[in-house]
Design a protein around this ligand. Sequence first.
Ligand code: COA
Length: 349
Amino acid sequence: MLRSRIAGIGMYVPEHVVTNNDLLKYMDTSDEWIQERTGIKERRYAHRTDETTTTMGVEAAKIAIERAGTTANEIDFIVFATLSPDYYFPGCGVLLQRAMQMKEIGALDVRNQCSGFLYALSVADQFIKTGMYKNILVVGAEKHSFGLDLTTRSRNISVIFGDGAGAVVLQPTEDDNCGILSTHLHSDGESAEILAMFNPGTHANHWGEKNYADFDDAEIAHMFISQKMIDNEQLFPFMDGPAVFKKAIVKFPEVINEALNKNGYKTSDIKLLIPHQANLRIAQFVQQKLKLSDDQVYNNIQHYGNTTAASVPIALCEAWEKGKINNGDLVCLAAFGSGFTWASALLKW
Ligand code: COA
């Protein structure tokens, strides 16, 4: 049976390290609070003008492509996951295609936030399994630093996020002892507003409870980004942290078990679990619940914060570079985030 395998993996994080103490410049917080609640010691922030989500994605992609033993010219499809695109539209996939001077191949952007990379991987997996494509580049990249409210008002959310990118190249294999065994995708839109960035958007709720007929012409002329939105500082992400935490600790174990059950494995068979790096406390809770040893779980949120769609490929790449994953190892990737969406992938390296 045709499967897809990760033939090459790469990551890129900006040089600029921002410690918890560095954040004191902008907000009332403390290193102790951040470490205790999230496990984060530092994160990276992209260069304000020279680095974008796409340029970071390109850097990660170059490494993944080289490690896959192929070239940008051979890539026949791009799936790019991000919630912080360079432009509202078009997506980052086409910008990467242009930057890497690839052929006129398909480029798809995925908007599933923290689960984005796993959704992207799953989409790419289907195209490989059907034989449609032979070299798919899957990228997860984020430039959060540009869009965060770094004042005390949003400190519960802003201290968590960091910038970076990860990428893999998927290729087909007929080897039974390697490749993606299954992927599992879920969503629950009931909680969409618990972790969200509402503006700019087409919902128009920033006007309060008014009906469209009640808007005057001046308001209608600037519905998408209004002066009121700017004045009321409504252009930043919102998170109900405790609600996210509660949901995540249920859905993470559920979707990991779903992947194991589907393939007839037990938690003890996992060589390495790469959970989305949302919060170290969530990862530790999941580890405890599944009775996994420290060696079976890889975390690096301490150094990069939560990089959303980039977190799983960055952690996977780093774990592989450190020699924690070898051929034939059972690896589980799992993520949870805004939407809510959650997902897992089980693979033999
Ligand atoms: N520094 C200092 N104090 C902070 C702070 C910060 N960065 N952020 C919040 N606080 C304060 C709050 O103002 C509040 O103070 P109060 O009790 O005087 O009102 C107190 O800490 C507790 O706030 P709360 O939001 O209830 O904190 P918490 O214990 O739930 O921790 C999170 C906040 C965000 C760390 C936690 O809810 C969390 O990790 N949730 C999951 C988030 C996540 O994983 N998101 C990504 C999903 S992909």
